[in-house]
Design a protein around this ligand. Structure first.
Ligand SMILES: C[S@@+](CC[C@H](N)C(=O)[O-])C[C@H]1O[C@@H](n2cnc3c(N)ncnc32)[C@H](O)[C@@H]1O
Ligand SMILES: [Zn+2]
Length: 1012
């Protein structure tokens, strides 16, 4: 049985959607990401576009119901006529044309294009609550559902308006979207927004809480809930002030402390020293040019301790804050800790990291007895931040808060321990668990992460949430406020001297760091980390969601392997599965769950456990993770994903569509997901990379990290009755179809700005379509071809075709293997950001270009290169492989003596770059050798065109123009056209900010002058 294709199976404006997705990253006001942390949230823009394009059929499809086409035509015509002013410049022309020539939409291809334009514009965050966009999108979704469900017609109102559309779809049946890895809820939220029903589930109680708030409570109770949350938020603020004010005393001059700066301490292990060493990574308080302020450490070796003074910049000089007439002649800004080792200000001895940890361990991390070294304040009527040393009032209040905590602990009779005594993540294994190092410092329970006063604030806030109102919905949202405060109220928060604020402990990172110095915020102040400030963010989101006017979804806490929905009941299976080993979700969320569970009842959390459940979580740890004693390795990940996809296919209707987000960065992670998907009976029918990260130069030089998430579109491989179709494919047929498919895709991706690793991964989708039509693919011998083998073929084919694109016209196979590999390697690392660096940007010297070893191996294989023969070009270390830069190859290319000659001369001639090269090579400074070297001397030409090009580049940068000329002209290197083709290709491939890019361009610039 065939079904009409959906838009996403034929086209998607990925460039425009990507731009909206990237822009959304910087939008904070009212965005659900500010409700509470969830790690690696999908941008709503991408989700919204994918929902529409997956649910709406393609009008060009031969079997697309004509009446649906008619509905789409009328709606798009209405858009052009009534909402032209809302169109982006990219869409304006086409919609404007409709107003002049309405019949243009009779052309199905034109209709498809305007629908895609509409989707691209609707992806814009600014349009996400526009009633007109919402009404048209939702009507199309409902109409599509009628069309696909039973071919029954959906009638548009006579006269189209936002009101009449909303009225027409009010009670209409809607398609059901299911996301069993709902996380922060982006996908189901956009499903609802676009007019679908949604079922959202996740295993994690914190994620489920978020989903309940966003998808259930706010849609159900709307403005009333928003008002109540504001009211009770204010009540908590007032109560907390009453309860906590005495522990955060104001200064006698009226200033209000907003942050306390602490350093953990150790005892110096230097011979005979034994001084207390404050562990400080920075002495800056304010790093603001002429308004800078810092602390200075005053060593008191006799007293075995240090004191502090504050200095400030005044009229260009450093002076003591308390005695501005006195200059501080030699201010020091050196940290006392570097990489965990601590240097004593009294004796200069460095206590190694191992001993630092050994000292902190019995003191449970040492937050409890850390040294307070500065207090940040604000002053009424004055702008800015002020800094002072701590005084007795501060220390008294701190002592008082500790005894108050003890008093409350003793009086407490509730269900959980008063302070969170749950265990911190063990931080073991080579997988996701490596994100946690708390146990190395003796921070074995969560309460060890906090100072007593922080515990007092956190326990007060969570209790007040419990006290405030009977209603679960209100409390749930307030509990998110406790979570937001928590991220700014642990001993992992840092003071940011450039921004004069406190950084969140986690802030969405995929790890939870340990910081040896830390900033303590004040929950009842009005600065960062305050309850009031955090509730402001939350209230904004709630109001925004109310404005979106969405209907409620069903939310459940259940594992994705066992989603409890009937067979053949789902229209759209859209999910964003765990990213292999990249995010240790359950352990990260434990840092928050320990408070939400204290603020809410078990029933509100839909869970009653010590920490977040781990056993069924799908993630790579490579050790036992969870109570079941199961080792979560690659095989576990693949098997569990396969179970989830099987379950997903089972609950999906035969004519349904699936979209799976692949955001993992490793080939291994990819293979596990794809294998799971195909083994469980899905056919891949499309794939779209959507760039969600800003391209970064960093990536380009360090590794081929994916900047985009690839959306794999798939369909159940089922007959009309929902039975899986068993079909055996012939390996030869599959292989013969592959090159054509890649040839269709690569240039198209390039035209959309998708290059490098992003393009390789984006080609996997179309290539997999060929393979996944079959339940198994067999060779002539009857041997079954594993997916892994096909994936190798895909990489190889992409590498071959990409190489042809790189060498435009020249026969790529004519190049030696080192040149082919270099070109393809650099291409793989390309991001949009590489190409257009500013001219005046400083060039960077790089040891090389790193790829994941497995990716490098696959590429090499595809190009017929043997990494083991190329050790002078590629260095393999563990699971990484580095393509050596020309600089790093200098010794190989010149031989040691020659290197000395080359680099020495350049050092004299012009400056820093060459000097870098010189020191990089570690060649001793021997003036005599240099003097003896003749200017014309040059190395014997290397064996391959790449070696020769690298030699020419090094001669160029050494300023040895005459030698370069001889090398190219007399030695005949420049007469080989391949030399120049390679130079041209590499000039386009080296990242713009690298030395090599400059040097190869320098060589190319000589070409004409030398008569080539
Ligand atoms: C990549 S995240 C989803 C992020 C989400 N799309 C968003 O925008 O916030 C993957 C989610 O899978 C959840 N998860 C992991 N194993 C699970 C399982 N076995 N069943 C259900 N959810 C699971 C994690 O808790 C996490 O929320
Ligand atoms: Zn010392």
């Amino acid at each position: 049985m065939t079904y009409p294709k959906r838009l996403i199976e034929v086209d998607l404006p990925i460039k425009r959607i990507s731009a909206h997705a990237r822009r959304e990253k910087s939008i904070r006001h009212g965005h659900i990401s500010t409700l509470h942390i969830w790690w690696a949230r999908r941008p709503l823009a991408a989700c919204r576009a994918v929902v529409c394009a997956s649910l709406w059929p393609d009008p060009c499809d031969d079997i697309c119901p004509p009446w649906f086409i008619n509905v789409a035509k009328r709606l798009m015509a209405y858009w052009g006529e009534s909402h032209l002013q809302k169109c982006s410049t990219d869409s304006y022309l086409r919609f404007n044309k409709i107003t002049r020539t309405p019949h243009c939409l009779d052309d199905a291809a034109e209709l498809r294009k305007v629908m895609l334009d509409f989707i691209a514009d609707f992806a814009n965050w600014d349009n996400s609550t526009d009633p007109a966009y919402l009404a048209v999108a939702r009507t199309l979704t409902v109409a599509a559902h009628y069309a696909l469900e039973d071919n029954s017609t959906f009638a548009l109102p006579e006269s189209i308006s936002v009101e009449s559309l909303n009225d027409a779809i009010k009670d209409a049946p809607r398609p059901l979207l299911v996301d069993p890895f709902a996380g922060g809820g982006a996908i189901p939220l956009e499903g609802l927004r676009c007019g679908a029903d949604a079922f959202a589930s996740d295993l994690n109680p914190v994620a489920v809480l978020l989903n309940k708030v966003v998808l259930e409570y706010i849609p159900k109770y709307g403005q009333r809930l928003a008002d109540e949350v504001e009211k009770w938020g204010q009540w908590i603020k007032e109560q907390a002030e009453k309860e906590l004010a005495e522990f955060y005393p104001k200064d006698e001059d009226g200033a209000t402390p907003i942050a306390y700066l602490w350093a953990r301490t150790i005892t110096c292990e230097g011979p005979g020293c034994g001084a207390e060493v404050p562990l400080m990574r920075s002495l800056w308080l304010a790093k603001k040019g002429e308004k800078s302020i810092a602390v200075q450490i005053v060593p008191k070796p006799d007293e075995k301790r240090c004191d502090f003074v504050i200095i400030k910049k005044e009229n260009g000089n450093w002076v003591y804050q308390d005695k501005p007439e006195m200059a501080c002649e030699k201010p020091k800004f050196d940290a006392t800790v570097a990489r965990g080792s601590a240097t004593c200000p009294c004796c200069g001895f460095t206590t190694p990291v191992k001993s630092v940890r050994a000292q902190l361990k019995p003191r449970k991390g040492g937050a409890n007895d850390a040294r307070l070294f500065a207090v940040v304040t604000t002053r009424p009527g004055q702008k800015g931040r002020f800094y002072r040393l701590p005084g007795d009032r501060d220390l008294d209040a701190i002592r008082k808060s500790a005894s108050e905590l003890e008093r409350r602990k003793a009086a407490y009779t509730g269900k959980h321990s008063f302070v969170p005594e749950e265990p911190t993540p063990p931080g073991i294994g080579s997988g996701a668990g490596r994100a946690f190092s708390q146990r190395n410092y003796g921070i074995d329970t969560f309460s060890d992460l906090y100072t007593p006063r922080q515990l007092l604030s956190m326990t007060t806030l969570s209790r007040l949430v419990q006290d405030c109102s009977e209603r679960t919905e209100v409390q749930s949202i307030l509990a998110l406020g406790v979570g937001r405060v928590n991220d700014l109220c642990m001993s992992n928060c840092r003071w940011l001297p450039t921004r004069l604020t406190v950084a969140a402990a986690n802030g969405g990172q995929n790890r939870m760091p340990v910081n040896l110095d830390f900033a303590e915020t004040v929950a009842i102040a009005s600065a960062s980390g305050s309850w009031q400030g955090q509730m402001k963010w939350i209230n904004n989101v709630v109001r925004g969601l109310v404005a979106g006017g969405i209907t409620p979804a069903t939310v459940q806490r259940v594992s994705a392997q066992t989603v409890p929905l009937p067979t053949d009941s789902v229209d759209f299976f859209f999910t964003d599965p765990p990213y292999y080993d990249a995010f240790p979700y359950s352990d990260l969320s434990d840092f928050f769950y320990i408070w939400t569970k204290r603020a809410l009842s078990d029933s509100a959390m839909d869970y009653d456990g010590g920490t977040v459940p781990k056993s069924e979580e799908i993630v790579l740890y490579n050790v036992v993770h969870g109570e079941d004693g199961v080792v979560k390795d690659h095989q576990y990940f693949q098997e569990q994903m396969s179970t989830v996809f099987s379950r997903g296919r089972d609950i999906s209707k035969p004519n349904s569509v699936g979209t799976i987000v692949f955001a993992n960065k490793t080939t291994e992670g990819w293979e596990a997901l794809v294998t799971g998907l195909i083994d469980s009976g899905w056919i891949v029918t499309g794939s779209w990379p959507i760039q969600t990260e800003r391209p970064s130069r960093q990536r380009a030089q360090e590794s081929a990290a994916l900047g985009s998430s690839v959306h794999i579109v798939c369909r159940p491989r089922e007959d009309e009755d929902g039975n899986v179709i068993e079909r055996v494919g012939d390996w030869r047929d599959v292989l013969s179809e592959l090159p054509g498919r890649i040839a269709d895709w690569l240039p198209r991706l390039a035209s959309e700005g998708v290059v490098g690793a992003d393009a390789i991964f984006a080609c996997l989708g179309p290539a997999l379509e060929i393979f996944s039509r079959y339940s198994s693919v067999e060779k002539a011998s009857g041997e079954v071809v594993p997916l892994r083998e096909y994936l190798e073929q895909i990489w190889a084919e992409v590498a071959r075709q990409a190489l042809n694109m790189i060498f435009e016209g020249a026969n790529a196979s004519g190049f030696e293997e080192d040149a082919r590999l270099t070109a393809m390697w650099l291409w793989t690392l390309r991001t949009e950001a590489n190409g257009n660096g500013a001219d005046n940007e400083k060039a960077t010297s790089l040891p090389g270009y790193t790829l994941e070893y497995d990716a490098a191996r696959k590429i090499a294989q595809g190009l017929g290169c043997h990494l083991e023969n190329l050790t002078h070009l590629v260095e393999v270390k563990g699971d990484k492989a580095m393509l050596l830069s020309a600089e790093s190859r200098a010794r190989y290319l010149f031989g040691k003596e020659d290197v000395r000659a080359t680099t020495k001369r350049c050092k004299k001639k012009d400056g820093p770059v060459q000097q870098d090269l010189f020191s990089l090579l570690g060649v001793p400074d021997e003036e005599e050798t240099v003097a003896e070297r003749a200017e014309l001397e040059r190395p014997p030409a290397g064996k391959t065109a790449l070696d020769q090009l690298h030699q020419a580049m090094l001669l160029f940068t050494a300023g040895r123009g005459a030698a370069l000329k001889r090398f190219l002209v007399d030695d005949g290197i420049g007469t080989n056209p391949q030399f120049w083709t390679l130079a041209q290709a590499l000039s386009a491939l080296y990242p713009s900010h690298t030395n090599e890019k400059r040097w190869v361009d320098g060589v190319l610039a000589r070409k004409k002058g030398l008569g080539f």
